[in-house]
Design a protein around this ligand. Structure first.
Ligand code: AMP
Ligand code: GLY
Length: 421
């Protein structure tokens, strides 16, 4: 079996490391991968959004199976294009990836099918949005419609902040075309839970729950980022909450997508908030989360490739997907200045004995040495019997990894630990 993984971050590194456990896989290519992934897969300099380049590579190299991990190629139709050439894929087609690609689509879907989410209005005209804000309940949440690397969401604590947000997204086009329309929604409160799930469009199998830490600074201060660390399982995701999510959110979402003629196959990510009125959907992602994947997949006991193939074949109900009952914690080491601007090119040293626990996100190889090349540089995952040991284990390893200008949060898992005590 020859496999191709589209993408080049920590999530893709976690997917590739897990796929390598399957002995029927002879070769894994990463497009484009990164300097750290190069230790586990052959990296090709083909960008994740170069759909023509990806398809050409897959055909010329007789690829048997492709895993399309990031949102942009999924939304652009990478799976559709590969399938047209007869290549089996893991990931939704474009008409289903829209569940992440357009917030207006996903909000309208939830309204139509009664799936619990924050109340909202969609606007494609800035002046009408500004008019609405004059009387909207504050705080309010403003979201660019399209993809914006997790940064297109503004929580406005005052009316002025809300107006500024509308102007920067719709008039100044801070997120480009993604801001042609916006969603203005009710501010919800409660702990957040990420639930990734496998689905073949008929069966939905939730993976172990996790908790992301989206803000750049300790104690949830600073800017929103792609995610600065994760723990799994998430203590707020109790069995009762899980049952409610299955009945009111997961199954209804799969059914809604089928009813719309947009069957979703792949990993569907539910970003949930556990409010006092029950769990509500904050967002859907059409893919594995990053860095959720770096704690979820290491806890997966069942062979990942077997599960992925069952998703593709539509036979997910035939297999048992099992997770370990241990805990995982992942701390992201980033470049100082992320998510705004940061320097690159600093040498990274990772002791050999912990290399297996490191998922590389933003690093390149320069003269055979690993150097920083991105905002999020790497993630360090520890697995242990308790959450406390997992967190301590991850920080112990972080202290042994070095690069100039490194920064990381010091409180990954602290909230979860408090909740589980
Ligand atoms: P999203 O990209 O939609 O996941 O939003 C990013 C983050 O903004 C979420 O993880 C939440 O912390 C926060 N957020 C989004 N929508 C809301 C909402 N309606 N109420 C409160 N916080 C929200
Ligand atoms: N960590 C959040 C995401 O992947 O969107």
């Amino acid at each position: 079996m020859k496999i191709l993984v589209v993408g080049g971050g920590g999530r893709e590194h976690a997917i590739i490391k897990k796929l390598k456990e399957n002995k029927t896989i002879e070769k894994i290519y990463a497009l484009p991968g990164n300097g750290g992934i190069a230790a586990d897969a052959e990296c090709m300099a083909i960008g994740a959004t170069d759909i023509d380049g990806i398809v050409k590579f897959a055909v010329e190299n007789s690829i048997d199976y492709a895993v399309v991990a990031p949102d942009d190629p999924l939304v652009l139709g990478c799976v559709d294009a590969l399938e047209e050439k007869g290549i089996l894929c893991f990931g939704p087609r474009a008409n289903a990836a829209i569940i992440e690609g357009s917030k207006a689509f996903s909000k309208n879907l939830m309204k139509k099918y009664g799936i619990p989410t924050a109340a909202y209005e969609v606007f494609d005209d800035a002046d009408r949005a500004l008019e609405y804000i004059k009387t909207a309940p504050i705080p309010t949440v403003i979201k660019a419609d399209g993809l914006a690397l997790g940064k297109g969401v503004i929580i406005a604590m005052t009316r002025e902040e809300a107006e500024d947000a509308v102007i920067s997204i719709m008039k100044d086009k801070k997120f480009g075309k993604s801001g042609n329309s916006i969603v203005i929604e009710e501010f919800l409160e409660g702990p957040e839970v990420s639930v990734l799930s496998f689905t073949d469009g008929k069966t939905v199998v939730p993976m172990i729950s996790s908790m992301d830490h989206k803000r750049a600074g300790d104690n949830d201060t600073g800017l929103n980022t792609g995610g600065m660390g994760t723990v799994a399982p998430n203590p707020y995701y109790t069995e009762a909450v899980a049952r409610e999510c299955m009945d009111k959110i997961f199954i209804p979402t799969i059914n809604a997508m089928n009813a719309e003629g947009r069957t979703f196959k792949g990993c569907l990510y539910f970003g949930l908030m556990i409010t006092k009125n029950g769990p509500k959907v904050i967002e859907y992602n059409c893919r594995f989360g990053d860095p959720e994947t770096q704690v979820v997949l290491p806890l997966l006991r069942t062979d990942l490739f077997t599960v992925m193939q069952a998703v593709t074949d539509g036979t997910l109900s035939d297999i048992k997907v099992e997770f370990s009952d241990k805990h995982a914690a992942c701390v992201i080491m980033a470049s100082e200045g992320y998510p705004v601007s940061y320097e690159k090119g600093y040498e990274i040293t990772i002791p050999d004995d912990i290399a297996d626990c490191v998922f590389v996100a933003g690093a390149a190889l320069k003269d055979g040495r690993l150097v920083t090349s991105g905002g999020r540089v790497l993630g360090v995952t520890a697995i242990a019997d308790t959450l406390k040991e997992a967190i301590d284990g991850s920080y112990d390893m972080v202290e042994r990894i070095h690069f100039d200008n490194a920064f990381y949060r010091h409180d990954i898992g602290a909230r979860a630990l408090k909740a589980s005590e």
